[in-house]
Design a protein around this ligand. Structure first.
Ligand SMILES: *Cc1c(COP(=O)(O)O)cnc(C)c1O
Length: 413
């Protein structure tokens, strides 16, 4: 009989979104006239920028002609997009990344999940807590952990993000080989400073570790003193991979386009101690298992870097950031502390009580659904995530309801 990969049996089923849906359904049954506002959305809500849509459309029309038809393209992406990425997202910020270090793909989820494949089975891995679940689950599938005990897999080093460290994890005291970092963070919205990222890069250089840096939210950074890319840090090209996506900044969650930077300077060793190029290994993996992003989608992504595209993407992210600002200032004025929302579309609220309790309070007293932090890892307990991906009117109405529910005294803050 065909046998399964038993590592899959170790995966903890995620009940987070089904639990949320159940509680919402129960509330809706009891309150049929109330309209619930969902502030838990992890997907964008605004349409594609016009410049992207026009470029997308023109490329589709081209595909219908003999002269403009495109079959299989380069697996790594078309030069027009790789060059625009290198010039605009890196070189313009003083990060020395070249077009041939860019691998275009159909998602930062796939890339951040797949990258571990090129490393040994027995490496030591550090993951953030709370975290984007892809980093953990893909390593569980690959057999790099033991069982899940009390919400934590045996074998991982968990990098705790807590109120004490401002939700930016400190460097582990034990040696690790691979480190997953995400800034601005999902779910906390926290951004790392130049000094904090420099400490991670210096640690990786000194210890031989490699950093997988998820910068899917780089387009939301507004504080110019904060790095948007890890390659703005001296020496990062020798120790870090970076994942980027057009999903959140340009609304490509349903269009699908992302990219990964694999610098040519990056080396990793084999069991004999001989050094190998990580770029060459990833190129081999990418060309073997991936056949490129469609031409119209890459043309739509290229349009992000036109003058009009830049202005539209800025307006789009500004819109979500303005929502986040409303959330953050309302929450703070109610006496709760929070992080994020200033350089990120997420606000992470310290609820000072179990996160599901606060979820229930907001649902039952205000008709507002958020995301309980405990669903993102042990350190998420006691917190909730509010997302700025919504209409302005929903955000304003939700905050008005929360204010009156909490101010009425029906809820102790
Ligand atoms: C949304 C998100 C991504 C982007 O994934 P895509 O597959 O490119 O849509 C990557 N990392 C994090 C942390 C995210 O929240």
């Amino acid at each position: 009989m065909i046998r399964i990969n038993e590592n899959y049996l170790k995966l903890k089923a995620s009940y987070l979104f089904s639990d949320i849906a159940k509680r919402i359904a129960t509330y809706q049954e009891a309150n049929p006239d109330s309209s619930i506002i969902k502030l838990g959305i992890g997907d964008v809500t605004e349409p594609l920028p016009e410049t992207c849509r026009v470029a997308f459309h023109a490329a589709i029309d081209e595909m219908g002609t003999h002269a403009g038809f495109h079959g299989y393209g380069p697996e790594q992406g078309y030069a027009f997009l790789r060059e625009a990425i290198a010039a605009n997202d890196f070189q313009s910020r003083g990060a020395d990344i070249s077009a041939d270090e860019v691998f275009v793909s159909d998602g930062a989820k796939c890339d951040s999940g797949n990258f571990q494949e090129i490393f040994a089975d027995n490496i030591k891995i550090a993951v953030p807590d709370p975290m984007y679940p892809v980093y953990v689950d893909t390593n569980v599938m690959a057999g790099r952990t033991g069982e899940n005990v009390n919400d934590r897999y045996e074998g991982f080093v968990y990098l705790e993000s807590t109120p004490e460290n401002g939700y930016v994890p400190t460097i582990p005291s034990e040696p690790v080989d691979l480190v997953y970092l995400c800034f601005p963070n999902n779910p906390t919205g926290a951004a790392a400073t130049r000094e904090q990222l420099t400490a991670w890069v210096d640690y990786a250089k000194a210890s031989g570790a490699l950093i997988l840096f998820d910068a899917a939210y780089a387009g939301f950074v507004r504080d110019e003193s904060l790095p948007q890319s890890i390659y703005e840090i001296e020496g990062a090209k020798e120790v870090a991979i970076e994942f980027r996506s057009f999903s959140k900044n340009a609304g490509f969650t349903g269009t699908r386009c992302a990219y990964t930077i694999v610098p040519k300077d990056l080396k990793a060793e084999d069991s004999s101690g001989a050094m190998h190029s990580v770029h060459a290994l990833w190129n081999r993996r990418h060309c073997t298992k991936f056949n490129g992003v469609s031409y119209p989608v890459q043309k739509a992504a290229e349009a992000v870097y036109s003058d009009a595209g830049k202005a539209e993407v800025k307006a789009l992210t500004d819109f979500y950031l303005a929502n986040a600002k409303i959330v953050r200032s309302e929450i703070e004025s109610l006496g709760l502390s929070c992080v994020g929302g200033d350089n990120s579309p997420y606000v992470w609220i310290n609820a000072n009580r179990p996160s599901w309790d606060f979820f229930d309070t907001l649902l039952n007293e205000a008709g507002v659904a958020c995301t309980p932090g405990a669903g993102f890892g042990s350190c998420g307990e006691g917190h909730i995530r509010i997302s700025a991906f919504n209409s302005r009117s929903n955000v304003e109405e939700a905050m008005k309801r929360i204010r009156s529910a909490l101010a009425e005294g029906s809820v102790g803050v």
